[in-house]
Design a protein around this ligand. Structure first.
Ligand SMILES: O=C(O)CCC(=O)C(=O)O
Length: 312
């Protein structure tokens, strides 16, 4: 695998970021976030994992040494339970709003920055092939405007053996690619069929961020270590571009809600922050309302009704 091209945080500016993303579909920025800020989030997350019995006793939880007998992943109920606690952390939601990250994202998307409200935490047990993320484009899952960018942030140093993300260079220039969803929990682009240049990868340390376009094909390397790989990924766009309201709502029967997420938070600053922005919903509120009434299948009607209830 070819090595990532990289940019030092001090060399990031609008031109360098836009040129790298336009040419290669990604940019790896080294040393953007202060390590101590990541350790803060990692401490909160590993406390939850320790209580869930996922870590081998006798080690510092920050070392993330995995208890293999506890291995689980989405959609296992044990995973969902621990993940819900991680998702409710205030520190977890604050990280995508880190001033250093906001600054570079504004260089890329401009001043009307929308930080998508639902970051995703990845809690990846080692040596579990079924938990390795396969090739896909985020656009498949986010919809909305393709000019949307994902930032992948490991909460600890992530050498190749721990399974960092890898990128299919230049793949964003091939448009939306076919994903297979039959019999799969998560749709993916079948092995070997993704269009693009070379796969690129390498270590990604705490403080580095990997940024890529929503059409860039990416996948995780397998975690072959004895530790959990813990990372967060979040999405950013210009808020004047269209935004799929499903990306701020909790659909399905999970029982999740913003009220429950916020229950233990100390600060009000980030609660419902997107409500103050003039978002360009697509489908619009009126379209979601129609879909919640008229869509063919009852499950789709219920899904849109749930989204509608969280749009105001
Ligand atoms: O961390 C992973 O394993 C997957 C991350 C990913 O696919 C993403 O950030 O879009």
């Amino acid at each position: 695998m070819k090595c990532f091209r990289e940019l030092q945080a001090c060399d990031a500016n609008s031109n360098s970021l836009r040129e790298e993303i336009e040419t290669r579909g990604y940019v790896l920025i080294r040393d953007l976030l202060p390590r101590e800020d990541l350790i803060q989030v990692l401490t909160d997350v590993t406390q939850i994992l320790e209580r869930a019995g996922w870590l081998l006793p006798g080690f510092d939880p920050l070392e993330r040494v995995a208890k293999i007998s506890a291995a689980c992943g989405d959609p296992d109920p044990a995973f969902k339970q621990a993940y819900q606690r991680v998702f409710n952390l205030e520190s977890f939601h604050s990280l995508p709003h880190h001033p250093a990250l906001r600054r570079v994202m504004m260089m890329l998307v401009g001043d009307r920055l929308l930080v998508h409200p639902k970051p995703i935490g990845r809690l990846i047990f080692p040596n579990c092939e079924r938990l390795t993320t396969h090739a896909h484009q985020d656009y498949r899952f986010m919809g909305g405007d393709a000019e949307c960018f994902t930032v992948w942030i490991p909460l600890h140093d992530c050498p190749i053996s721990v399974g960092p993300l890898r990128i299919l260079e230049g793949s964003h220039r091939f448009g939306f690619q076919r994903h297979e969803d039959e019999d799969l929990h998560v749709p993916e682009i079948p092995d070997g069929s993704a269009m693009g240049g070379d796969w690129v990868g390498g270590h990604i340390n705490a403080g580095d961020v990997l940024m890529f376009h929503s059409l860039t094909v990416h996948a995780a390397s397998p975690n072959l270590s004895d530790r959990l790989r813990i990372s967060l990924d979040c999405r950013f766009q210009d808020h004047a571009r269209i935004f799929n309201p499903a990306n701020l709502a909790f659909a399905g029967d999970s029982g999740k809600s913003w009220e429950k997420t916020y229950a233990g938070w100390h600060s009000e600053t980030l609660k419902y922050y997107w409500k103050g922005l003039p978002l360009a919903f697509k489908p619009s509120r009126a379209e979601v309302e129609n879909l919640s009434r008229d869509a063919e299948s009852p499950s789709i009607r219920a899904r849109y009704a749930k989204i509608l209830s969280q749009m105001d």
